[in-house]
Design a protein around this ligand. Structure first.
Ligand code: MD3
Ligand code: FE
Length: 201
């Protein structure tokens, strides 16, 4: 496996997954999506997000007019599927924590989708890292600071890349500016999948 590259306190592992592993992981993610279909979250302003999402694990992340929160059920009312074993294995290899992920959030970016700069702070323990896996088309990831404003740094997240956000970097503002269509053949219809695993409680 490659050594990590450090960028603003994040550990970036470019090309952590081989092409075969990426294809196997997409198959495991498809099973999750079959049981817990992708849905569009509503922003608190009542505008749907361009990213569609679903989750696996004990908790999933939902956002509706009641606000953002972790929920033990999909909007359909059913429990979330189990976290795919390949993802648990990645967590155990890179997270550096004994705790296990309680939420595996799956974000799907069609061409044109983006995610504005934000902090992830709905979890109870910020000493626990977040681990992200990128699949499909390249995504332009922007990293800011622990407060709004200041300079930002951008890097392309490519299919098979893994990132670990731990320590002080856990509360860094971040977002996805755009997807580069046609940069990967992993997903037959194109687009980008990002998976993040988190400890929630
Ligand atoms: C830094 N996802 O799901 S992954 C998110 O590509 C999210 O879908 C982006 O931001 C995506 O919340 C970025 C990298 C990432 C994920 C979680 C973080 C960076 C993070 C949490 C804290 C700090
Ligand atoms: Fe985030």
């Amino acid at each position: 496996r490659p050594d990590p590259q450090e960028i603003r306190g994040f550990q970036h592992f470019p090309g952590w997954l081989t092409a075969r592993e990426q294809a196997a992981l997409v198959a495991q993610i498809r099973e999750v999506v079959t049981d817990a279909p992708l849905f569009s979250s509503m922003t608190p302003y009542g505008k749907p997000m361009s990213v569609r999402m679903t989750s696996a694990g004990r908790f999933g992340w939902v956002s509706d007019r009641r606000g953002y929160r972790y929920s033990e059920t999909h909007p359909s009312g059913t429990a979330w599927p189990t976290i795919p074993p390949m993802l648990t294995a990645i967590w155990n290899a890179v997270s550096g924590t004994e705790r296990q992920p309680e939420c595996c959030l799956i974000n799907f970016y069609p061409e044109g989708a983006r995610m504005g700069l934000h902090q992830d702070r709905d979890e109870a323990d910020f000493t626990q890292p977040v681990v992200s896996v990128s699949l499909g088309d390249d995504g332009l990831f922007r990293i800011g600071n622990q407060m709004r404003g200041g300079t930002t740094q951008s890097l392309w997240l490519r299919s098979g890349d893994v990132m670990v956000m731990g320590g002080p970097a856990r509360l860094t503002y971040h977002g996805i500016d755009r997807i580069a269509p046609g940069t990967s053949t992993l997903l037959p219809k194109g687009g980008r999948i990002n998976v993040t695993m988190r400890v929630v409680t």
